[in-house]
Design a protein. Structure first.
Lengths: 344, 315
């Protein structure tokens, strides 16, 4: 077990593949910076890889005070056993109080293996992290704990999880829920080079082949999103969504139900099992607003809901509520937008 | 060795597969009635189902058995009611079913759960341990990798295809979100299986007939208690013993293990063994701070569009 070191640092796992940093560690950086500042401790990144030194500077520009750099030719390709071992050893050596991972496929493969080795707690898929105090049923107060906030039960409840007696406090955080900070190219930090000793036996996985395709749509970067649900009715009718998206320069998106019905490709799915988005404008067309869908879009700055069911839950979170037939409303929106741009 | 072959070739040896399954509330069916007044979820108001991706794990184990021979053991940790999914696993083709149930398991988080399951799995001969990628009640995907660590074996998570098994090694394809990865590793191995991996088979009529009366001792006791409300504890346990004996002879007794039997150290079980605690639970009630109704008319919609352009929401 790891000592409960209340002066320990805040750590972020800097996921990189082939020397290229993923977005998720950078997304985590602003929140982690905030947590470290409240606690008055340093923020450090753990960077493991074959040849990834160049990435360290970027982590500092995005908010890290320190980068623990573990380079080894055998660490070139991620695998759970070896990465978990190196991270466990680092945790054992430096006793951080908080360790945060992205809830990417790699993060979800790695973090539980580390947690099990360290016999530490781990909360999956957090959507927020805070620092707070907890008073137990026995009346003991634990100060400055990591509040690990996550949806549970298919998104129907929000649970705040803590661990006060076994450290480090660890969490994975959903991709897309935390805004990326603006890098400061003048920021200074320290790179701590770690010597790692690894045997071939710690690499039980042989990677034979890999195929990655770029996502067809980048929903996370879209300023405006037009999303359709099962209520759109058919793949053919989904062209309404595409048309409205085209005339606004927006990204077309969908609920899981619409994707399952084959209206649009899974890359476009917003929600708990899809992408989490926070655009300036989210137009929900024929979407009832299941809690799983809301979990992926309720941080949108403005929401327009178009639905013919006055009781659709989506109306509770909408800023503009349009009760009506989407087949009438969407063309009217397209018309209004076109007229406006002609006048200008 | 041909990399492109599906897992049909060379292998001759049978494999022992252990499949970890979980009974979960059907979170997709949550409605107003399933919520308590304080905003918590009333689990008993939700149908309890076989965790969907665990069915994919069971299916993959059964396919391995169909191809190479061997044994499929389904194991679950849960309340006595979880006997239902063990029967379901038997109906679909599992050879053996084990219910790990003990009140001291209550309030276990993923770390304690993986510890208890590791104690149970260590009592079995296994080549391949399979479980669903994640369960729909917690969606954590943590128990698989934690169990692998505790068993000291390699894990392959997010498996969507089994490519080859040749007695000593396994080759599998992982779904890595925006693509796939093919990996090879030595046995024993733990796999977590995604929903896209296969179509789970349905119960076989013959097996359903054979196993419909299969029960674990705790289920037998519950039933006999209802049937004999006035029986004292001693009579009841005699009745239970007799019934267990009868079912055992027919091969219909679901094995039931408690923490003592699996040799678990109680320090690592239940609430004590769980580092994570709940600080607060809130029900999700989201509302927009300000909202307006827009008439579905040309005028109403044009006014809304103008407003969005004025405040620079859209260009």
């Amino acid at each position: 077990m790891i000592n409960v070191n209340r002066k320990g640092e805040v750590w972020v796992f800097a996921e990189q593949h082939g020397g290229k940093l993923e977005d998720i560690p950078l997304e985590l950086m602003s929140k982690a910076r905030h947590l470290a500042d409240i606690l008055g401790v340093k923020l450090a990144s753990m960077l493991l890889g074959g040849n990834c030194k160049t990435v360290a500077k970027k982590l500092i520009q995005y908010g890290s005070d320190k980068v623990y750099l573990a380079e080894h030719p055998l660490l070139e390709h991620y695998q759970a056993n070896s990465y978990a071992k190196v991270i466990y050893d680092l945790i054992h050596k430096y006793e951080p109080q908080i360790v945060i991972y992205g809830a990417s496929i790699t993060g979800r493969d790695l973090a539980p293996r580390v947690a099990s080795a360290a016999k530490a707690g781990l909360t999956a898929d957090c959507t927020d992290l805070q620092i707070g105090d907890h008073t137990s049923a026995k009346g003991e107060t634990h100060k400055n704990l990591l509040f690990q906030v996550r949806p549970a039960f298919g998104g129907n409840i929000i649970a705040t999880i803590i661990n006060y007696d076994r450290w480090p406090q660890m969490a994975t955080v959903r991709e897309g829920v935390m805004p990326m900070p603006v890098p400061d190219t003048k920021r200074k930090g320290e790179i701590v080079v770690e010597k790692v000793q690894l045997a071939q036996s710690e690499f039980p996985i042989e990677i034979l082949a890999e195929h990655k395709q770029a996502k067809k749509v980048n929903l996370k970067a879209a300023r405006v999103i037009i999303a359709g649900g099962a209520g759109v009715g058919s793949k053919d009718n989904f062209k309404l969504i595409w048309n409205l998206a085209n005339c606004l320069g927006a990204a077309p998106a969908a609920t899981r139900a619409a994707v399952d019905l084959g209206f649009i490709d899974r890359d476009h799915q917003v929600g708990q099992t899809g992408t989490t988005v926070r655009p300036s404008l989210y137009v929900a067309v024929g979407i009832s607003g299941a809690i799983q869908h809301q979990a992926g879009m309720n941080q949108s700055q403005k929401i327009i809901a178009i639905n013919n069911d006055p009781n659709a839950p989506i109306f509770q979170i909408a800023h503009y509520k349009i009760l009506g037939d989407l087949n009438m409303v969407v063309p009217k929106m397209i018309k209004a937008i076109k007229e406006k741009s002609i006048k200008d | 060795m041909s990399k492109s072959s599906s897992f049909v070739k060379e292998a001759t040896v049978p494999y022992n597969c252990v499949v970890l399954i979980k009974q979960v509330p059907d979170t997709k069916k949550i409605t107003g009635q399933a919520m308590n007044d304080d905003g918590t979820v009333n689990r008993s108001a939700l149908p309890a189902i076989f965790n969907p991706e665990d069915l994919n794990a069971l299916e993959l184990a059964l396919q391995i058995k169909d191809k190479f021979g061997g044994k499929v053991t389904a194991i679950t940790m849960g309340l006595p009611a979880a006997g239902a999914i063990l029967r379901d696993a038997l109906f679909r083709g599992a050879d053996d079913a084990i219910l790990v149930t003990d009140q001291r398991c209550a309030a276990s988080d993923t770390l304690a759960t993986s510890y208890i399951l590791s104690c149970a799995v260590k009592k079995l001969d296994y080549d391949i341990v399979l479980c669903g990628r994640q369960a729909i009640d917690g969606d954590t995907a943590q128990v698989g990798p934690q169990l692998a660590e505790k068993l000291g074996i390699t894990q392959i998570t997010y498996v969507e295809k089994l490519l080859e098994l040749n007695g000593k090694t396994i080759t599998a394809q992982r779904n890595i979100g925006n693509g796939w990865q093919q990996v090879k590793a030595k046995l024993p191995i733990l796999l977590t299986i995604v929903g896209e991996a296969n179509e789970p088979r349905v119960a076989a009529a013959k097996k359903l007939m054979r196993y419909k009366n299969a029960q674990a001792p705790v289920e037998i006791k519950q039933r006999l208690k209802v049937q004999n409300p006035n029986a004292d504890e001693q009579t009841l346990s005699q009745l239970v013993e007799r019934k267990c004996g009868m079912l055992g002879e027919k091969g219909l007794l679901i094995k039931q293990w408690d923490l003592d039997f699996v040799g678990a150290d109680l320090t690592w079980c239940g609430r004590n063994g769980s580092p994570t605690k709940v600080h607060r639970i809130q029900s999700v009630v989201l509302t927009a701070k300000e909202s307006k109704n827009v008439e579905p008319t040309d005028g109403g919609i044009a006014e809304m569009i103008h407003e969005l352009i004025r405040d620079k929401t859209i260009a």
